[in-house]
Design a protein around this ligand. Structure first.
Ligand SMILES: Cc1cc2nc3c(=O)[nH]c(=O)nc-3n(C[C@H](O)[C@H](O)[C@H](O)COP(=O)(O)OP(=O)(O)OC[C@H]3O[C@@H](n4cnc5c(N)ncnc54)[C@H](O)[C@@H]3O)c2cc1C
Length: 699
């Protein structure tokens, strides 16, 4: 399981201490109800399924008007819970059914047939309550591609989304020293990139052209959206160099949004040597990564309220300030089981969603909505609920005895994630990492009381050192060309299996391999132990660093589909990890690059041993074995109810309306048209903000 909190006695002690301190302060606001009968008897304007990251955003914004808004949430409200709130406790709720749905994938053939755990928040606030608090943004070209896939409709480009990103956040500007400890922002290394680029294999573009020519999409406009010129070979060395260090200065942050973001104030002493090493290897320091240019190594913001040093997530950010409003009612502990659709279609052939059935204590109730229903159950539960309601691929739906109402084969398809195979290193004694909390009981106790009394110290810290790179930063031209050649053959050989959506996405992704402003790999730096391929638990009194290579734009596509008509049976999640040769090759190369990084000064001076994979692994085959053994998810699955034209396989239109319905929308991470090179929460909040805006404009 990735990025676990250390299994520390000290954390339990802290939890208990803080729990006792908070216990008397817990007041359940009037907006929370556990009365399923009264909820079903209420005439809501809007019912929202899922009180998670996007769901609470939509609910709170709609409740700003006089609408009556009901939210159905399967989990409980857990305000002032130290396992959620204390920043360094990230990971401690994973696998705990009080917080987590605890999904597991189907056996993954390219990961030694292992099932891979997928955590999803089952608590008010959803996954924003259990995530790792990284609060960052993708490259502008990635949202621009979302827009291109939607023919420019709906405002899904960077320019259309930036306002919603800003609206959701309160940004605390960093001090110079916050940009990174001990690193001047002016010490950027402007490494020359001299790679000659090949043009995109024309055979692939010819195939894509003929696949897409029934749609309004064409290859040139998709490549434009990908941020690459049609003649890729024209990307001169000078342009490439400039793009790697270019920084825009547009003000892009919000100052009064609900989610409070801030920078770490505690850093491990192994962080600076790591940063210097990455820079020594030619990757630039990015002091302004949130402006649409996210290339380089940077200190990420976190969703931590700097005034309280507690996690800032959807429940305290969006729900709590609205909790006293009489027009916002949240039913917790209830699981939605079906969307109720009208028995007749309107004159445009659309169903009207009239209510949501839900299970509470084993009994089924139905809530009514006179205006709209919004699905915000997340990337696994939203497609499940659509299929349970007869919306999806008719073959799948009817095979479980469910009446097929809307033929929408894109439901549950297009699953894209961020797979990774973390690598760990034993660090020489004398350094300070999160391991100290496990190795030194006195230190842990002091850290606990420091946090409780002053809200400072190691327990305020989170993962924040992130590096986003194009392939050109760590692979030779000849290697990239060989990757492109095998990718092209793979795509052409499998062309008959692809949906139109995949074709369009692959044109864009192919373009991104050439666009040095769009990262292909993220390297996450963690100052402390994490389980890896061969090492499940830390050794006593040992200090670790973990560097995790994460694919940003895999070519593999997965699925989420029901396996039963019983809504309480989880859907089958099959991400199809590493199915594409591109994914396997790039991840192996990224693991090898980490070995080079750890062998480069000054970080190499700290490394005692290559822990996992061990030094004995030093061939391509050995690294590939390790990749399969260590494969995990960074927990960013997206795209299973995708915003795209229906002809391409879209599930919702550019206004988030489910095709074939008049008033059923989806707002959550399942709508991402394509994966992005950022952790998913800022974008998911922005989708929630945008959904509320769309809905307010309709009603
Ligand atoms: C362990 C982990 C670590 C992560 N780390 C980061 C990170 O550091 N930074 C980052 O940006 N992103 C991170 N992410 C991803 C990010 O948190 C999610 O992508 C995002 O929060 C998803 O938001 P959502 O609105 O789509 O779904 P969620 O926030 O998961 O909300 C869905 C809600 O719907 C409820 N629900 C589902 N089905 C039903 C039903 N049938 N009836 C009633 N209620 C239902 C759920 O209980 C949940 O509350 C992480 C995710 C996880 C799981």
């Amino acid at each position: 399981m990735p990025f676990q909190a250390q299994p520390l006695i000290s954390l339990c002690t802290i939890a208990l201490t803080l729990g006792a301190q908070y216990a008397s302060a817990v007041v359940i606001p009037r907006g929370i109800t556990t009365d399923p009968v009264a909820f079903a008897a209420t005439n809501f304007d809007f019912v929202i399924v899922g009180g998670g990251t996007a769901g609470l955003t939509v609910a709170a914004r709609l409740a700003e008007e006089s609408y009556k808004v009901g939210v159905i949430e399967a989990g409980q409200y857990r305000p002032n819970d130290p396992l959620i709130d204390v920043p360094k406790n990230f990971g401690s709720t994973l696998g705990n059914a009080n917080y987590d749905w605890i999904y597991a994938t189907t056996p993954q053939v390219n990961a030694n047939n292992r099932t891979i755990i997928h955590n999803r928040g089952k608590v008010l606030g959803g996954s924003s309550a259990i995530n790792f608090e990284i609060f960052n943004r993708p490259a502008a070209a990635e949202y621009n591609a979302w827009s291109a896939l939607n023919l420019g409709l709906g405002g899904w480009a960077w320019d259309g989304l930036i306002g919603f990103l800003k609206k959701s956040e309160t940004f605390t500007a960093p001090l110079v020293e916050d940009l990174f400890p001990d690193i001047s922002p002016f010490k950027r290394r402007q490494e020359e990139v001299t790679d000659e680029m090949a043009s995109i294999p024309t055979s692939f573009l010819d195939f894509a052209d003929s696949a897409l020519n029934l749609t309004a999409l064409d290859v040139s406009s998709l490549l434009d959206a990908a941020g690459v010129a049609e003649t890729i070979g024209a990307t001169s060395n000078a342009t490439t160099r400039r793009s790697l260090v270019e920084k825009r200065d547009t003000p892009v942050h919000g100052s009064s949004g609900p989610v409070k973001a801030s920078y770490n104030t505690w850093y491990s002493d192994i962080t600076s040597p790591f940063i210097h090493t990455v820079m020594n290897m030619g990757i630039p320091l990015n002091s302004d990564p949130d402006n649409g240019n996210n290339i380089g190594i940077y200190n990420s913001q976190r969703s931590v309220d700097p005034s309280t040093q507690t996690r800032s997530y959807a429940a305290p950010a969006y729900y709590a300030p609205s909790a006293s409003k009489a027009n916002l009612i949240v039913l917790t502990g209830a699981q939605a089981t079906k969307i109720v659709l009208s028995s007749n279609k309107d004159n445009q052939g659309r169903y009207t969603a009239t209510g949501v059935s839900y299970s509470y204590g084993g009994t089924i109730y139905t809530a009514k909505a006179s205006k709209e229903i919004v699905l915000s159950g997340g990337v696994f539960n939203t497609p499940q609920l659509l299929e349970l309601s007869g919306i999806g691929n008719p073959d799948i739906v009817s095979s479980f005895g469910i009446q097929s109402l809307i033929d929408l084969p894109g439901v549950g398809e297009n699953l894209q994630d961020h797979p990774m195979s973390p690598c760990s290193f034993v660090i020489k004694p004398g350094h300070h990492t999160w391991d100290e909390l496990r190795n030194n009981a006195t230190f842990a106790a002091q850290a606990g009381s420091q946090y409780a009394t002053t809200k400072t110290g190691i327990l305020t810290s989170t993962i924040s050192t992130l590096t986003f790179t194009p392939l050109q930063s760590f692979l030779s031209s000849s290697k990239i060309i060989s990757i492109l050649t095998s990718l092209t053959s793979e795509l052409i050989n499998n062309s008959s299996k692809f949906s139109l959506l995949q074709w369009a996405q692959y044109v864009i992704q192919m373009g991104w391999i050439y666009n040095t402003n769009v990262p292909q790999v993220e390297f996450v730096f963690i100052p402390g132990f994490q389980p890896t391929g061969n090492v499940a638990a830390p050794s006593p009194n040992t200090t670790y660093a973990v560097i995790s290579p994460v694919l940003q734009h895999p070519f593999s596509r997965g699925t989420v589909h029901i396996t039963s008509a019983d809504p309480l049976v989880k859907a089958a999640v099959n991400p199809n990890y590493l199915a594409s040769v591109f994914d396997r090759t790039v991840l192996v190369e990224a693991i090898k690059y980490i070995r080079t990084l750890a062998s480069t000064a000054p970080f190499s001076d700290l490394v005692q041993t290559f822990n996992d994979p061990p030094a004995s692994v030093n061939t391509d085959d050995g690294f590939a074995d390790y990749m399969r053994k260590a494969l995990q998810s960074l927990k960013h699955p997206v795209g299973t109810a995708v915003i795209a034209p229906r002809i391409l396989g879209g599930v919702v239109d550019a206004n988030l309306l489910v095709y074939g319905t008049k008033n059923l929308r989806v707002a959550d991470a399942s709508t991402f048209p394509m994966q992005i090179s950022a952790h998913a929460q800022t974008t998911t909040y922005a989708i929630g903000e945008k959904a509320a805006n769309i809905i307010k404009n309709v009603w």
